[in-house]
Design a protein around this ligand. Structure first.
Ligand SMILES: [Zn+2]
Length: 299
C-alpha cells in the first residue's frame, strides 16, 4: 500500500455516542478455553468440523459468560473516551466498501480491499474466500496445523510475522489462536446457535459479518492466560504490549473497550485486524473502524 494515502484534510465534528454497558454482546471469537493449549484442539472454530461438540466452538459466546466485568465497562476510568479532534480523512474510493443490496442485506462487492469494513451491517459475500491465504510463520497456541484458522491473507500474514518477531525481541510471547474462518463455518455455528437458543439468539454473529472471513483478523493470546481469548488479557504484559504496538505493524484492536455500542461487539483485547497504514491513524485518534469510516471522505 502506498504511503500517505490518508491525509487529514479538514475538520468536522465527531459526536460520540454515549457508552452504555453491554451485557450480551456477541463475540467473533471462541469462548475462553481452559484446556491445555498443547492438547489436541477439538471443536475450535477452524476447519476441523467436529460436530460432536457441545460446549465447543461456539465461536461467539455471550460476554457474560466470558467476563463479569464486561458488564461494567465504565468501571475503567482511564479508558474514558476522549473527544476526538475533529477530522475528516481522505481515502481513495478503492478503500471504501462498495455495497450492493441483496435480499435486504448490504453485501460488500470489493471484499479483497484491505480496508474492507465488515460488521453487522456490511457483510462479506457468501462465496468470498480470499485467494491469497497463507500460514504465517509464527507461534500458534495449538502448534502448527494446516487448518483454516491458521491462515491469513498474505499481506496480513507478513505483518503478523513482523509483529510477533518484534514482540519476541522484547521478550514478549504471543501466539496466534484463530485466523481465517470460512463463511460456511460461520453459518454452521450460527445455525447451531439458533437451534439451541432460538432465532432471537444474539451470541453468534450471522454468516458474512465476521472479520475472520476476510483473512485479515487474528485472535492472539499468550501462555499467561493459558492462550484463552479473555478480557483479562488486557492486564497482562503481553496484552498491553499488543495494544501498544500492533498499529506499528498495520493492526488495530478492532473491538475496543467502551465502544461496544458503536462496534456492536464486546471488548476483545485479543482480536487484531489488519488495516495497513491506516492503523496508525486509527490508533492515534482512538477510533474504532465504524468511527473512522464516519469521518472518511472519498477522493
Ligand atoms: Zn476474533
Amino acid at each position: 500500500m502506498k504511503k500517505n494515502l490518508w491525509c487529514i484534510v479538514a475538520v468536522s465534528a465527531l459526536v460520540l455516542s454515549s457508552c452504555s454497558p453491554y451485557s450480551q454482546q456477541p463475540s467473533h471469537d471462541e469462548p475462553e478455553r481452559e484446556e491445555n493449549p498443547d492438547s489436541q484442539i477439538s471443536g475450535t472454530d477452524g476447519s476441523s468440523d467436529n460436530e460432536t461438540e457441545q460446549g465447543d466452538p461456539i465461536d461467539e459466546a455471550p460476554l457474560s459468560d466470558h467476563e463479569p466485568d464486561a458488564e461494567h465497562p465504565s468501571d475503567d476510568e482511564d479508558q474514558d473516551e476522549q473527544p476526538h479532534d475533529d477530522t475528516t480523512i481522505s481515502l481513495p474510493s478503492e478503500y471504501m466498501n462498495q455495497i450492493e443490496e441483496v435480499d435486504g442485506q448490504a453485501i460488500i462487492q470489493n471484499p479483497d480491499n484491505i480496508l474492507a469494513f465488515v460488521n453487522h451491517d456490511y457483510l462479506l459475500p457468501s462465496d468470498y474466500i480470499p485467494d491469497d491465504l497463507v500460514i504465517p510463520d509464527v507461534k500458534f497456541s495449538y502448534g502448527y496445523q494446516d487448518t483454516d484458522k491458521s491462515y491469513m491473507r498474505e499481506e496480513a500474514a507478513a505483518a503478523l510475522e513482523g509483529l510477533f518477531g518484534a514482540a519476541q525481541e522484547e521478550g514478549i510471547e504471543l501466539a496466534a489462536v484463530s485466523g481465517y474462518r470460512s463463511y460456511d463455518r460461520q453459518e454452521e455455528l450460527y445455525e447451531q446457535a439458533i437451534s439451541r437458543s432460538g432465532p432471537e439468539q444474539e451470541f453468534v454473529a450471522k454468516p458474512g459479518s465476521s472479520e475472520h472471513q476476510s483473512g485479515l483478523a487474528m485472535d492472539v493470546s499468550s501462555s499467561s492466560v493459558n492462550y484463552g481469548l479473555v478480557q483479562e488479557y488486557e492486564n497482562t504484559k503481553e496484552g498491553q504490549w499488543l495494544a501498544e504496538h500492533a498499529h506499528h505493524f498495520g493492526f488495530i484492536i478492532r473491538y475496543q473497550k467502551d465502544k461496544e455500542d458503536i462496534t456492536g461487539y464486546g471488548y476483545e483485547p485479543w482480536h487484531i485486524r489488519y488495516v495497513g497504514e491506516s492503523a496508525i491513524e486509527i490508533y492515534e485518534s482512538q477510533l474504532v473502524l465504524e468511527e473512522f469510516f464516519d469521518l472518511v471522505e472519498e477522493v
